[in-house]
Design a protein around this ligand. Structure first.
Ligand SMILES: [Zn+2]
Ligand SMILES: [Zn+2]
Length: 242
């Protein structure tokens, strides 16, 4: 099994990445990928997020490069932040108009609108059973509501930055037609989580979450977990047989 596309990667517009967009595209072409989405972090994160006004700069840069690399489809994406139990994300209507591919994930340190204890509960969940249970509740509501109220292509690294109830997340993903990521850079979804999600008929996406050029399109860990969980190319949106 191999991938024909990668829908999760960052550029220098994210605070935690230095990749030039053209270098990202060049590398994807070298690997023979047919499609990529450049998915920088949403603006509601002071450390990693893009400046909101830069979103139009990213689009302009991509539009300028498209004719130079006709062998690949280049999508303007975003890894939006899930900002609380009601499922708010930091992709507003104006940004949505130009966005081709919407990822959403929870990140520690994002700028919450309410639910101000949200990050603290996730932090404390590592030390206490009581907080772990609370974290599962809040994170599951956040991800499920995000899928219900927004049009999202893919939930990034479900469960990696805070525990979730995979049954409820998978059920909502199947109902809303939202795909779940098997992230190569983070351990989630785990093999067991993939097995559960599969029983609900979820569609999966295998992605690199590359912050470095050499990691683009490289997903051995994801594929290993997918195969171990019994997935085939039919279950994975961007996979094909070798
Ligand atoms: Zn992420
Ligand atoms: Zn990412």
């Amino acid at each position: 099994m191999k991938i024909r596309a990668d829908y999760h990667m960052h550029s220098r517009y994210s605070g935690d990445c230095k990749n030039e967009i053209e270098d990202v595209i060049k590398r994807a072409c070298e690997l023979g990928l047919k499609e990529i989405a450049i998915t920088d972090h949403g603006p509601a994160h002071d450390g990693y997020g893009i400046k909101r006004q830069d979103y139009w700069k990213i689009k302009a840069e991509i539009d300028l490069l498209k004719p130079k690399y006709p062998q690949i489809q280049i999508l303007l994406g975003l890894e939006s932040n899930i900002l609380g139990t009601e499922g708010e994300i930091d992709l507003d209507d104006e940004m949505r108009e130009i966005c081709d591919w919407v990822n959403a994930g929870y990140h520690f340190g994002s700028r919450l609108k309410k639910d101000f204890g949200f990050h603290l509960v996730n932090f404390m969940s590592r030390f206490s059973k009581h907080f772990y249970q609370k974290a599962v509740e809040q994170n599951t509501s956040a991800v499920v509501n995000a899928m219900k109220r927004n049009e999202i292509h893919m939930i990034t690294h479900p469960g990696a930055k805070g525990p979730i109830d995979i049954h409820r997340v998978a059920q909502a993903a199947a109902e809303t037609g939202t795909m779940l990521e098997i992230n190569n850079s983070h351990g989630h979804l785990t093999v067991d989580e993939i097995k559960v999600a599969k029983t609900y008929g979820v569609k999966f996406v295998v992605c690199s979450d590359a912050h470095k050029i050499e990691k683009i399109g490289i997903v051995p860990e994801s594929i290993k977990r997918a195969v171990e969980a019994g997935l085939t190319v039919e279950n994975i949106y961007n996979a094909e047989s070798e």
